[in-house]
Design a protein around this ligand. Structure first.
Ligand code: RB5
Length: 151
């Protein structure tokens, strides 16, 4: 498995522990930066990670900023990306099972690193539900992206 990870200056402190956690599990990590606490712009990293997932160079993506909100908004602008802000164990699971999220975002100012690592494990150990109702809803998300409703 390959995971793409990115963070802004606020999320930077969580990037290394998340990388170490993944590497201990034998997962290859593609680190898209940032590499310091110097102020930077979260959309730059959301785009890099989103493109890795979109281009099938990574199985899923992780983005960390202060709240996880900016990263999720920006990553969802990349075609094919379903980015979910994960703040609870419940959303860690349902973002995968119900929404088929292929990018998860965390807020370093919202959750502790221990919580984030727990959420990450829950997400990774959950499966995308193949039930028709969930499949249909995810398909409709793609149709919004393709602007089918406007044609
Ligand atoms: C940076 O101060 C902060 O705005 C950013 O990390 C993030 O929380 C945006 O959504």
């Amino acid at each position: 498995m390959i995971v793409s990870i990115g963070a802004d200056h606020a999320g930077y402190i969580y990037k290394q522990p998340i990388k170490e956690h993944l590497m201990k599990l034998g997962i290859k990590v593609l680190d898209e930066g940032t590499d310091s606490s110097e102020p930077t712009d979260y959309p730059d990293y959301a785009l890099k990670v989103g493109n890795r997932v979109k281009n099938h160079q990574a199985d899923f993506g992780i983005l960390i900023c202060g709240t996880g909100v900016g990263m999720s908004i920006a990553a969802n602008k990349v075609d094919g990306i379903r980015a979910a802000l994960v703040e609870t164990e419940f959303t860690a699971e349902s973002s995968k099972t119900h929404n088929h999220a292929n990018v998860i975002t965390f807020g370093s100012r919202v959750n502790t690193i221990d919580e984030v690592l727990k959420f990450l494990d829950i997400y990774m150990n959950s499966q995308e539900s193949q039930e028709t109702r969930h499949m249909n809803r995810v398909k409709k998300i793609g149709e919004i992206e393709e602007k089918k409703w406007e044609k």
